[in-house]
Design a binder for this molecule. Structure first.
Ligand code: G6P
Length: 369
């Protein structure tokens, strides 16, 4: 096992550090070298077929569901097609509006999660076109879906998912651009800019990974917290949910993720002197709104970490600590902002002496209901 960890203390840390390569692999083969456009040889969908879908429905569990939340933002933004995203265990027990004009996307690292598989089967019965985004070749979900996008993250051993999540998110970016190309809703210039930015992400991720001392210290500093809150707006909210789940899974500290605008409708009552707040400020258009929310929690004594794009120095005046991530398109920041969150949960768990790779009560793959 030690050899498999390749010099890292835990599989989780190894897998966090494998993300730049995993993203490169997932991208390679999906970008046409001549045109620099997205191409999924495994899909080969016609323009007519894509035009037929009037709705997309994403189903998944856990971390894969959080990738799905970003998938919704990306597909809606790039194609203006409405997208629903739902946890599979809810989807399967109601009467979902899925027709033959719906594209259902099942997201699952293992490809074996019982609820996601059941949701996929139900969607097929309803006549939908089904696509799976999965990391395991030959898994049940990959075999049963009409089409498959394989994330090339390599085997993920740690229960807390990291590289599977970022490759799922990347797959949604590529898929969103692919659909927009088919629907002629993206200009060649915009396409070129997006592709350039995406291809630059692995290198930018390396920058975060190899300068992580401050993140480590921060992770250790919150180990005795009673509760930790993650705040964001827009797509940062989806990243906040994933950061909060990571922390809960392996540190066993209670945490909640909140759309910052909702704070005043209840959560603010829970903020006390010294409560750690991890706030994401990567969306330029929501930047000032977030600063307003940070003022609200700081006034109640919270200790605030701000995660923002480099250059946004203004934020340093409002928060106790700042973590800068390299600059990219607003739409793509989740691939970078999630990395400090993964590292924070890792170092918090480590400081508490928990079993990072095998947290209590949890399984890597849930194949029973
Ligand atoms: C379990 C794992 C999570 C994972 C979820 C969905 O709960 O502990 O890390 O996100 O299952 O798994 P899947 O394989 O379908 O992505």
């Amino acid at each position: 096992e030690q050899a498999e960890k390749n010099g890292f203390d835990h599989f989780m840390l190894k897998e966090i550090f494998e993300q730049p390569k995993a993203l490169e692999k997932t991208m390679a083969g999906r970008i046409d070298k001549e045109t620099n456009e997205v191409d999924f040889p495994e899909l080969a969908w016609s323009e007519e077929q894509v035009a037929k879908w009037d709705k997309v429905h994403i189903v998944a569990c856990g971390t894969a569901y959080h990738a799905g939340l970003l998938g919704k933002s990306v597909i809606e933004e790039l194609t203006r097609t409405p997208v629903d995203v739902e946890v599979a265990s809810e989807f399967r027990y109601r009467n979902p509006i899925v027709t033959e004009n719906t594209l259902v996307i099942a997201v699952s690292q293992s490809g074996e999660t019982a609820d996601t598989l059941a949701a996929l089967r139900q969607s097929k019965e309803l006549g939908a076109k089904t696509l799976s985004i999965t990391n395991v070749v030959g898994s049940s979900i990959s075999r049963e879906a009409d089409d498959v996008i394989l994330t090339l993250a390599g085997p993920e051993i740690a229960v807390a998912s990291t590289k599977a999540y970022t490759t799922q998110v990347l797959s949604f970016y590529l898929l969103g651009i692919y659909l927009a190309q088919k629907k002629k809703q993206i200009t060649p210039e915009q396409n070129a800019q997006y592709m350039k930015a995406l291809q630059h992400i692995p290198e930018q991720m390396e920058e975060i990974l190899f300068h992580n001392d401050d993140i480590k210290n921060y992770g250790e500093s919150i180990k005795d917290a009673k509760s930790v809150f993650f705040l964001g707006r827009g797509i940062d909210t989806a990243v906040a949910l994933e950061g909060s789940l990571k922390l809960k899974e392996i540190s066993y500290i209670h945490s909640e993720a909140y759309a910052a605008g909702e704070l005043k409708h209840g959560t603010l009552a829970l903020i006390e002197e010294g409560t750690p707040i991890i706030s994401l400020l990567t969306q330029e258009n929501l930047y000032d709104k977030m600063l307003g929310n940070i003022k609200e929690v700081s006034a109640r004594g919270a200790n605030v970490l701000g995660i923002t794009m480099s250059g946004n120095v203004k934020v340093t005046q409002y928060v106790d600590e700042t973590c800068f991530i390299p600059e990219t398109y607003s739409l793509f920041t989740p691939l970078l902002s999630v990395v400090p969150l993964q590292l924070i949960s890792y170092y918090t768990s480590l400081a508490l002496g928990n079993d990072v790779d095998k947290p209590r009560n949890l399984a890597k793959s849930v194949t029973v209901e």
